[in-house]
Design a protein around this ligand. Sequence first.
Ligand SMILES: Nc1ncnc2c1ncn2[C@@H]1O[C@H](COP(=O)(O)OP(=O)(O)OP(=O)(O)O)[C@@H](O)[C@H]1O
Length: 969
Amino acid sequence: MAVAVPESLKSNSRIGGGEQNFTVALRIRPLTEDEILQGAHPAAHKVEDNMLVLMDPAEDPDDILRVNRSREKQFVFDVTFDGNATQSDVYESTTKFLIDNVINGYNATVFAYGATGAGKTHTMLGTDEDPGIMVQALNDLFLEMERGSEDLAYKVTMSYLEIYNEMIRDLLTPSLGYLDLREDAKGNVQVAGISEVSARSTEEVMQMLVKGNRERTQESTAANAASSRSHAILQVTVQQRNRIRTTMQEIRTGKLFLIDLAGSERAANTHNRGKRMVEGAHINRSLLALGNCINALSDKNGPRYINYRDSKLTRLLKDALGGNCKTVMIAHISPASTQFEESRNTLVYADRAKHIKTKVRRNVTDVAYHIAQYTNIITELREEIMVLRNRLQDNGTRSHANIQAVQSEVLGSRLDMDRQELTRFKEQLLTSFKDQMELRRTLMELSNASMEVSLETSRNQLIVTEFEANQGRRRGELSNLDGDNRYLEDEKALELAGEDGRVDSEEVRVARDELKVLHDEKHKTQRVITTVQKELEVAQSKTRKLAEMIPMRVSGADQQEVVRLLCKVHQLEIENLESQSASLLRDFQIKKKDMVISRLFNNRSLIDDLIRRQRDLLDEHSVHCPKDLEDMYELYHQDREEMIRNGLEFSAISPLPDIPKPLPGLMYHPAVEGNPDVGEKVFTQSAKSQHARRSQVLSRLYRNDPPPDNGQGSPYPPPVAPSRQSKTSFEDREVIQTNTRSIAALAAKKRVRANGPVQDQNKSFASHTNPNGSSTYRPLYRPHPEGPPTTVAPTLTTSRLAQHDQLIDGGIAHEAIIFSDDNLSQNTLEKTSVHTDTSLPPLAPGADLAYRARKHDASENNRRRVGYSQQYAKTQARKNVRKNGQRYGEQDQAKKLYSDDNRSDAGRKGNTRNRYSNQAAVNGTVSDSSANSTPQTNGGTSKTSKKALPTIPQYRKGTISVTGHALPK
Ligand SMILES: Nc1ncnc2c1ncn2[C@@H]1O[C@H](COP(=O)(O)OP(=O)(O)OP(=O)(O)O)[C@@H](O)[C@H]1O
């Protein structure tokens, strides 16, 4: 049955000092079998937790003297236990709260009081199976100390003694005999020589307790089979001190006294005799002294003299009874009616004890160490410092290791983050690079498409302008026809004319339609290019920002190196793409230059026609030709002859018109008019005189100086208008340019001859010598994709080849071509005389590869460039030599060729046509326009001769080709 802690005990249970009342508890044991056999009945009854009623079993209703007295007596204590209370209940309510007080330096006493056989030993000592207060208190004490602060150190000592017949005996060391009580100057009573045994655990205390109990004097009496014949006192001293040593150290000393008193006994009940009776007398005397002390201490009139000295028991319990101690008295009674008197006496004593007050204070000793002790203290402190240092070092090492572990962990996580971030950045960067490259590639393809459109546009424009130029020629020729023939031709023209009056061939119509489509395509492509360029700028900006941000976000050197390499790879990809783009651009430029060359040749052809027509008009109308014009005619003839002599005849491509000889009286000497020999003499003047004359002409032309007097009094031509001057200058520059080309072409021809067949040296050309002595080279251009393989290939004369190469690779002329190409206006093109032949023969298989090989053979190109450079140097040297008036064999040869050519001409009119016809017949022209015609071998104004006009470059889908000529067998 659990017993609640009474309110009165709660104040005592608090840790602290001050005046405190005795705590009195009452325990009523159960009836024993003997008592029941004796017919006893319960006389004591617990009526409440703190109250009992004692019934007087001897009440006699007939006793008149006691009639007015109450049969029952009520007692109130702090707590009351009956026979149902357990050992634990009693301990919890009476003793447990004292443990903390003792540990903190307060004294406490628990003693069991009562008659013999009332159950004191049972409460205090108990049994092994049902331990009493001593065991439980010591057990709790050690547990509390273990739970105490680490800064506090405890020392527990115990002594166990008995007072038997007023003699003190050490139960732990019984051999010590009887011990005396001594009192120091402060009045503290101590047992001299008693052994104080240190205990470190509850087990040690229990072992000592068991050992001491074995030594305790117990005898069998009539009242108790195992009656304690002595007072047993267990003293447990707890010293508490701080672990930190200082010069002044506080030591708290708490003492716990657990006392099992011997029971008072009445001799009548115990039937003791002899020794037992003596023992009983001592017991009763000491208990009487205790009772007296209690009576004195509990006097309501205030404290009076307390005679502790009447017994050793009271002397030892001096502090417990009236001093510095928290005291708990557990009174024990038997409920048996047969023990009524003993029980009543006990209750009366206990009731008095309730009024006893004690003054409790903490037992604190401040220890001041002597200097002599300081050495030990210092040594101890040093040892402690060393221990602490080692501990710190261990902790430090552990901490250092921990820091390293944490650092490595942080580093690892950072590296992981870096790695993850790098992966993310890498993906972003690669995506950005990929987008950028896609855009660049798209831009390149669009640029290429734009170039293709441009080329295709030029090709169609060429077709149109050529056609229109031919129409112009034809109109001019018609104007020369007589009436009937003109009528017939007009009828034919009307038949061919469309609704708009324009006479377009099918090819021209297609070309015009394509031009419209190409015009739209050009603008459309340009718009797309603009859009893609903007997208590329955005992508570049994004990539730039990413590339700038990544090094700041990625800390590792390796990671940064990875990013740098990625950027480098991207840069290389860009360069690769740019080189591809540049290659495409070069191809495009070459194609455009080829086209420009073609246009220039056509332009030259137109100019030749113009000159011829003008000359015809001059002849027909016998117009006086000014001296400077005659000079220009002369220069024109010289250049032409030189080209012919050097194999730069344009007959196969753009034949020179049959220029009429200069009019007599101007260019020629009057004395030799009509005499070809004399005429020849004119052209066989010395190179020096030729050069001087040429220089004069050029000088005049460039400075627009007035022509010199011809000595015949002929008037100077009227002053040339600025526009006219300009035109003349342009034409003159053309002449100069042509002359320059001639020199380069001559050099090229010589080089070709020196190197043997071009096909061997240069895989792109096959050469053969034409019957007229000029070399014709067949370029191995790309085969027409729609045509079957054939042995027929287009041809290119040596002069064309040389001009082509020279223009492509040579200095000023090269640049001039580029600029003239870029600045070539539509009007200019329309004015250009072009002849086309749509029946291109397919090329031989592999020709394309050969052409490409030539284009991309850098070493070959370099070699050729070196050759051109050398040739250019030679040309310059020749010019210098000419300036010095030296004569060259080539000029003689040119004159001879020119003379031969003139002699073979049937006449000025139609001479050109004859030459075209002859050339076509020799070369076996197979153009559509001439395929069904019969080649003319003699002069005349036949239509066939017109159709056999010189071949010109023909462009197809951006690929250069040349109107074909059958290779000579
Ligand atoms: N609360 C109890 N419950 C059961 N039995 C008890 C109780 N108290 C005492 N007894 C029994 O009563 C008998 C006497 O008890 P105990 O020896 O403890 O008395 P005592 O007061 O110590 O006597 P004495 O003064 O002679 O030593 C014992 O046999 C004991 O087992």
